[in-house]
Each structure stands twice: as structure tokens, then as C-alpha cells.
Design a protein around this ligand. Structure first.
Ligand code: HEM
Length: 476
């Protein structure tokens, strides 16, 4: 559908996917990673544990992502200590920070562990179709910026997000949720992840950015974003990414000419005076960075709510367990399990391991959250919000994204359970499978059944409003 606010996509805008080896590294070349094992030397110096820790790097692809993170990472920590030598796809070496203090240290010391991946000394060994390229391949966006430049770009994002009213965010979310539910409400059963959980956050984000609600142009952008993040066989993620960049470029142009009350307008009129290209890059990051983590947060919280007796009773009785399920999920099944990453700016040491300049350090967020040293008496996460699920430091998930993600997740679940109150998982709990990934934690599928037709659609928004205010989710 033609929309005058959205001129035809132009080729002038948009980030082209960049190959890191096309850029000159910031530092001079450093010797290849000499992990403790490759060097064949003595185990890393650790006065407390000495030679108890293993040095043979572990291939991340051999680890069982079906296991509960607390169990899996406890075992890794026992074998390797707080920092493990690991091998990524194609046997690319890296360090995995597993201890809470180590992850907190890395994220808190940008001058020692930088974000610009061009300093990695492994680029010459990395093939063009490397599966992790999307996460590590340098882009000139806020994601890989450092120092003053990062503060300028991240500051603009934070101010744009802060200008949004969380109440409006919940209304957009409720309306997107209702539209999605309408598509399957009469079927009595559905695979919930594809039809709702993964479809919702991306549509909410692009509508908040100013794309017109429910129109073809918005649906096409949502579909291209899905292909960019999670292409299926036969789909071309690079082409999809180019279309995304062109569409966001058109949106930036439109909002520069006529600002409205949306994220794009707040970003392009911000005091940081972003260029069009910078605005498109950072808008892309904003939309993409929040998409899968928020979907998987909803997925993992729903799994608890529908299957765990502690929550299931409450769900039937009025959804009082939703905030608790969301918080517990961040501690025990956090959506971003491991994050790639940081790159050492100089030779240093971490958790008893010798880290060389240009080495890659992965942030083991799930491991840090379940670090037994943090919870010597068990009871992980109870009464505390000090998890590292949104990371820490200069590059953490920028304020107020975590709050916005919570509003989206909470409203998505509330809207679903209000419309389909007898929603139940259609298979035995043991049949549900986690995605085979050590990066993101979420289920492969979540088939559900419910009474076809659901309950009467809300016509009175006030009910939702009152409920959200009662719970303190929204400000007046
Ligand atoms: C509305 C939803 C969200 C938005 C808009 C959003 C936005 C962003 C942005 C822009 C960044 C890049 C920050 C930078 O490099 O300076 C980021 C990083 C990150 N976000 Fe989010 N995010 C959202 C939801 C989430 C959720 C639900 C999680 C996990 C529970 C999460 C975890 C992270 C992590 C781990 C990083 C990497 C931080 C680091 O490098 O240390 N985000 N997010």
C-alpha cells in the first residue's frame, strides 16, 4: 500500500553489511592467540586452584544446550575455573568469562576490553560464511563504537527511548498482540512462537519507530527483519538486510522533514546531530538488538507460567505470577546466554588466564547469573535484581531498553492470557526442545491449545489501563 510518508526505498541510504577484514585493524597485528593449551605450557597460574583446571579448549558446539544453564555452566566452571578457553565455529579460539566478577570486570573496563571487533587477530582465519559473523562483523554503528563516539551515539538512543511514554508502548503492544491473536483465535490450537511470540516485539518496535500500524509496508519490513535475523532455507538475509536499510532510510528522511512523536523523530532531532547514515545504522541496531532477546524472554516466561506448578495455578487465577516469572527467567533462563563479545586492547590477565592483545572474550551472562559463588546457599535470584542479563558498563543494554522490554513482554503475556484464558501447552513438557544454541535461549516450538474463539475482545481499553496502573507498570 502506498503511503505518502514513506517514499519509495532509495539506494542512497543504509548500512551495507561490512566484512571486518575490509577494514584496517586499529592496533598493529598481534601474534595469534597462544592459549594455555596451544602453548603446551603449564596450567594458568591460579593460587587457589593450581593445576586443577583444564586447559584443553572446549568446542562450544559440543556443549548440550538442552541442559539447564545453571547445571551446564557449573560443570564448565568446575573444569575450567572462572574463564574457559573455548573454540567457536571453525575452531576459532576465544575466552569465555564464566564468573560473575569476571564478567562484571570485563564489561566495566572498556579501556582493557574494547568493543571494536576489528582488533581481533583471528580475522584472517574466519571464513566469509562464518555463522557468527552477524554478531562479530564490524559495523559503523553504536554497537561497535567506543569512547566519546559511543557516548554520543548511545546518548541519542537513550534520550529517544526516554522520550517515549511507556503507557503508549503498552497500548501499541496490546494492539499488535490483538491483531496477531485474531489470525489464529478460531483455530483452537497454534504454534505460539511463530504466530505470536516472535512476531510481536519486532512489530511493536517498528511501529514505535513510526511505521504505520498493520499496513503492508510494515508487515514487509517485519518479514525482512525476520529473514535478516533468522533466515530459512532459500531466503537471502543479505538482500533482506539491504531492504531493511533502505526502508529505514526512507523513514529517517520522512521524519527529518516532518517529525512526529516516535522513536525515529526523537532520534533524528536529538542534540547529538546524527547524520542520516548514523541514524539508519543505530535505528537498525535498536530494532534488531531488542527483537530476539525480548521474544525469548516472553517465550521462556510463558514456559514457566504454563508448565511450572508454582505459576500455573496463579495463571488460572488471574495472572498474578507474570512479573515474577519474567524476573525468574532473567536469572535462570536468560535470553542472551553468551554474548560475543569484547576484544582485549592489551596483554592482560583475567580469572588467572593470560589474555593477549586482540583476544576475544565472550560474556558468559547465563553462567555469571548462576555463579555458585554468588549463591553459596542456593535460592538463585530470590529478592535480587543484580543479574547480568542486560550486561553492565558502558555498552550494557541502554537505559531504558530493559524497562521497555519488560513492558512489551508483560503486555504481550497479559494480552494473550486475557484473550485465551484456558491456554495450555499441547504436548508433554518433556517434548519441548530448546533451540540448539549457546547464544540465545528459547524453545524451538511452543504448540498450544485453547477454546476456539477465545473470550470477548476487549472494547474498553480502560480495563487494561487500570490493571497496568495497579501493578505499577505504567506511570500516570
Ligand atoms: C525493547 C527491547 C530492547 C532494546 C530496544 C534493546 C536495545 C539494545 C541496544 C541498542 C544495545 C546495544 C548497546 C550498545 O552497544 O551500546 C543492546 C545491547 C544488549 N542488550 Fe538489549 N535491547 C532490548 C531488549 C533486551 C533484552 C530483553 C535483553 C536480555 C534480557 C537484552 C540484552 C542485551 C545485551 C546482553 C546487550 C549487549 C550488552 C553488551 O555489549 O555488554 N536486551 N540492547
Amino acid at each position: 500500500m502506498k503511503n505518502p510518508l514513506f517514499p519509495p526505498p532509495s539506494d542512497d541510504y543504509g548500512p551495507e553489511p561490512l566484512r571486518p577484514w575490509d577494514h584496517r585493524p586499529k592496533e598493529s597485528a598481534t601474534p595469534p592467540l597462544r592459549g594455555p593449551t596451544a602453548a603446551g605450557g603449564p596450567p594458568p597460574a591460579c593460587p587457589a586452584h593450581g593445576d586443577r583446571w583444564e586447559d584443553e579448549p572446549v568446542r562450544l558446539s559440543t556443549l548440550d544446550s538442552d541442559r539447564p544453564p545453571a547445571e551446564l555452566y557449573r560443570e564448565l566452571r568446575a573444569r575450567f575455573g572462572p574463564v574457559a578457553p573455548v573454540l567457536l565455529d571453525d575452531d576459532i579460539p576465544a575466552w569465555l568469562a564464566l564468573g560473575y566478577p569476571e564478567v562484571a570486570y570485563v564489561t566495566g573496563h572498556d579501556e582493557e576490553f574494547g568493543r571494536d571487533s576489528r582488533r581481533w587477530h583471528q580475522w584472517e582465519n574466519i571464513p566469509g560464511d562464518w555463522p557468527l559473523l552477524a554478531y562479530a562483523g564490524y559495523q559503523p554503528s553504536v554497537f561497535f563504537a567506543e569512547g566519546e563516539e559511543h557516548r554520543r551515539r548511545a546518548g541519542a538512543l537513550t534520550r529517544a527511548l526516554e522520550a517515549m511514554d511507556m503507557y503508549d508502548v503498552s497500548l501499541v503492544c496490546e494492539s499488535v498482540g490483538r491483531r496477531l491473536i485474531d489470525r489464529f483465535v478460531h483455530d483452537g490450537r497454534v504454534e505460539l512462537l511463530e504466530s505470536y511470540v516472535h512476531a510481536l516485539p519486532v512489530r511493536v518496535m517498528i511501529e514505535l519507530c513510526g511505521m504505520p500500524a498493520g499496513e503492508d509496508i510494515t508487515e514487509n519490513l517485519a518479514e525482512d527483519l525476520r529473514i535478516t535475523l533468522d533466515a530459512e532455507r532459500g531466503e537471502n538475509p543479505v538482500e533482506a538486510y539491504r531492504r531493511v536499510a533502505r526502508q529505514l532510510g526512507a523513514l529517517v528522511t520522512a521524519r527529518r522533514e516532518r517529525p512526529e512523536r516516535d522513536l525515529t523523530s526523537y532520534l533524528v532531532t536529538d542534540e547529538a546531530a546524527l547524520t542520516d547514515t548514523e541514524a539508519v545504522h543505530d535505528l537498525t541496531v535498536l530494532i534488531l538488538a531488542g527483537q530476539q532477546p525480548t521474544s525469548n524472554w516472553i517465550c521462556n516466561a510463558l514456559r514457566l507460567l504454563l508448565l511450572d506448578d508454582r505459576f500455573a495455578d496463579k495463571v488460572a487465577g488471574g495472572r498474578v505470577g507474570v512479573p515474577e516469572a519474567l524476573t525468574e527467567t532473567l536469572w535462570l533462563d536468560t535470553p542472551v546466554q553468551n554474548f560475543l563479545g569484547r576484544w582485549a586492547t592489551r596483554d592482560t590477565e583475567l580469572g588467572g588466564r593470560p589474555v593477549k592483545q586482540g583476544d576475544c572474550v565472550l560474556l558468559g551472562l547465563a553462567a555469571a547469573n548462576t555463579d555458585p559463588e554468588l549463591w553459596p546457599h542456593g535460592g538463585m535470584g530470590e529478592g535480587s535484581t543484580a543479574h547480568l542479563s542486560f550486561s553492565m558498563g558502558e555498552h550494557r543494554c541502554p537505559h531504558p531498553s530493559p524497562q521497555m522490554a519488560r513492558v512489551i513482554a508483560r503486555t504481550a503475556i497479559d494480552t494473550l492470557l486475557a484473550r485465551l484464558p484456558d491456554l495450555a501447552v499441547a504436548v508433554e513438557a518433556e517434548e519441548l526442545r530448546w533451540r540448539r544454541s549457546l547464544w540465545k535461549r528459547g524453545l524451538e516450538e511452543l504448540p498450544v491449545v485453547f477454546s476456539a474463539g477465545g473470550v470477548r475482545e476487549w472494547t474498553d481499553r480502560g480495563a487494561g489501563r487500570a490493571r497496568s496502573r495497579e501493578t505499577g507498570l505504567l506511570r500516570d
